[in-house]
Write a protein that binds this ligand. Sequence first.
Ligand code: AMP
Length: 120
Amino acid sequence: MPYDNDNIFARILRGELPCNKVYEDEHVLAFHDINPLAPLHILVIPKGAYANTDSFAHDAPPAQQAALMRAIGVIAREQGLADNGYRVIINQGDHGGQEVPHLHAHILGGEKLAAMLVPR
Ligand code: AMP
């Protein structure tokens, strides 16, 4: 999938749209999801132009790949989620239910979450 420079998270990264920021470093920006599905619902995105996990895993420099994972752990501790736990979800593509074509990890927590998927 070619990267769409006008997707909503690209516009947030360029400062054209606001976000409720919780964390930022050289490689990563994180902000509250506009439509939270848990008491805490944070999106963690790389600053590089990667549409999804596939392109990020294959094309991003290792320092950027590591930074995304590291940021998830840092944010979870900062937000008080580490002790009781939380869930990290990355939706990829059509079957994964991805809506915004800029890679983003959802951090969900603040209460005991429902089962991830309905049993088949
Ligand atoms: P996904 O279905 O994995 O692509 O998730 C996209 C997420 O982006 C959804 O949870 C939306 O609520 C969230 N979202 C869409 N627009 C914004 C925005 N402007 N600020 C924060 N979160 C957003």
